[in-house]
Write a new protein. Structure first.
Length: 111
C-alpha cells in the first residue's frame, strides 16, 4: 500500500515495479519532453534573466506548495517550522512530522 508523504505517494520497490509505464508511454513522454526543451532553449533569456522567459512562481518550485518556506542547510532540508524533513547521505532519508525516518535515501521503508 503506498504511503502519502509531503503531498507525494511513495510505493515500495515491488509496488513501483508493478506500476511501471509501458515502453510506448515512456517513449511518448520522452518525445514530449524533448519538444518542450527545444522550445525552452529557443526562447532564450527573459529581461529578468530567467531561462526561457520563465520567471516568478515558475522559478521557485516550492512557492505556493506545501513545501513553501523549506530551506536547505548543509545537506539537511528543514520545513517552514525548522523541523528536519530530509537529510542527504548514506544514512539520510525522509522524516515524518514526529521526526521518525519514513524512507531511507533509496526510498526503502525502514524495518
Amino acid at each position: 500500500m503506498p504511503k502519502k508523504f509531503g503531498g507525494k505517494l511513495f510505493f515500495s520497490n515491488a509496488e513501483a515495479a508493478a506500476r511501471r509505464p509501458s515502453d510506448e508511454e515512456i517513449e511518448r513522454t520522452r518525445r514530449q519532453l524533448e519538444a518542450f526543451n527545444i522550445e525552452l532553449r529557443a526562447a532564450g533569456l527573459s529581461s529578468e534573466g530567467h531561462v526561457g522567459g520563465l520567471g516568478g512562481r515558475f522559478s521557485d518550485d516550492l512557492s505556493g506548495t506545501e513545501f513553501q518556506g523549506w530551506t536547505l542547510e548543509a545537506g539537511t532540508w528543514r520545513d517552514a517550522n525548522g523541523e528536519v524533513v530530509y537529510t542527504r547521505g548514506s544514512d539520510g532519508g525522509w522524516y515524518d512530522a514526529a521526526g521518525s525516518l519514513v524512507f531511507d535515501a533509496l526510498g526503502n521503508r525502514p524495518r
